[in-house]
Design a binder for this molecule. Sequence first.
Ligand code: GLY
Length: 272
Amino acid sequence: IKAGEMLTADATALDAVEQGVMVEEANLKNTTVGKGGAPDREGNVTLDACIMAPDGNAGSVVYLKNNTHAVSVARKVMEDTPHVMLAGEGADQFARKKGFAKVELLTEESEKAYKEWLIKKEYIPLINIENHDTIGMLCIDKNGDIAGACTSSGLSYKMNGRVGDSPLIGSGLFLDNEIGGAVATGMGEAIMKNLSSFLIVELMRNGKTPQEACEIAVHRIIKSNPDYKDFQAAFIAVNKAGETGSYCIQKGFSYVKYQDGRNENIPSSYYF
Ligand code: GLY
């Protein structure tokens, strides 16, 4: 809603995606993004995020600690450095230099859940549908320019150092301002091996609708993962004309489309 309202008030797509995903980064009840996100097995909350501008420029952060708004640090990487990606301690140092306050990301609730998890330390290295999510957003502004953002605390109780698809341009997010954009959520490992968001944009370039492109990307994952029934992978895509599509492996994923002042929750079609 935030991004939609901004676009209605003539904001750029880039500002809208950044501020749109920031809402969930700051939502303490969301355990998969920003502050309140679930920690890794050692108790560290580490964030992954990226942002992409209509001109093809991109910025990203991985294993970022102590910052609620990973997407905004990623934007600073894009705009104020000669690099695309900063990781870990360097990303954190950069954030401090840019004036981002140091924030403790582990909340009372996420710490309590972590301590409960520690009793059994049961780790199934597959993303289960309920405990995993990512905020991905694509916006088209009044000039027809497309921008995208993707932000996540990654898989709950992941190994220390694990990075998912969300900060990887081409995996968690990709766009071409002449064609359209795509973002992903779900099992990062499967999405990374298929470069799924890039694939979706290239399929649209070759004439597929956003819906067809998302379906092909899911089928690719299914083909190379015999265990596909055990995890979720979901994609949304938009083309230059503003047509959207979405497809996922498992039932239960939906996306929100804001167009002409109307906010619509659209259940995604699914394979399994
Ligand atoms: N899709 C987010 C992650 O795997 O970390």
